[in-house]
Design a protein. Sequence first.
Length: 116
Amino acid sequence: MKTIRYAFWAVIGLCLILIGLANREIVSVSAMPRAVGDLLGISPDINLPLFVVMFLGVGAGLLIGFLWEWVREHHVRAEKRAKEREVRDLRAEVNRLKSEGKGDQDDVLALLDKSA
């Protein structure tokens, strides 16, 4: 199974290297449209290889997707914490009730003794 996992990641790495080699030309990335930049007197442009822009875009998309999913599943995690708290409280109550009992005596006999 480990070999299959390593082979999978090797193929992914090889594909990324091939994409990088095929997209080495330099592109200009602008932070705002040219008309707005001219109006404000600033033009934040940066020159990067195309594969860097592509990988940054994929990475930003993954990061946004993970963050979106984490926020979307907040109620599931909150419900899990509440259930864990409830189980912990119930276990503590069971232990307390066991310690209040009459040792190794049967539960039915203990109930009869309380009623008598």
